[in-house]
Design a protein around this ligand. Structure first.
Ligand SMILES: [Zn+2]
Length: 57
């Protein structure tokens, strides 16, 4: 499984993981605006990390 993880350097935490299959880069930008705007407003540095996990089934 491939995920895009939204990570905030200032808060030092992951803000959410989104399945790469369903979330394009454009969609990610929309999600950050809609769901994580408070971090952006405070000038936090948000990055999108690509994460791959092993499928377990
Ligand atoms: Zn933050």
């Amino acid at each position: 499984m491939k995920f895009k993880e939204v990570y905030c350097y200032n808060c030092k935490k992951s803000l959410g993981r989104y399945n790469e299959k369903y979330f394009s880069d454009l969609k990610m930008a929309e999600i950050i605006k809609a769901n994580h705007a408070s971090h952006v407003h405070e000038g936090h540095q948000i990055v999108i990390k690509n994460i791959t996990t092993e499928a377990t089934s």
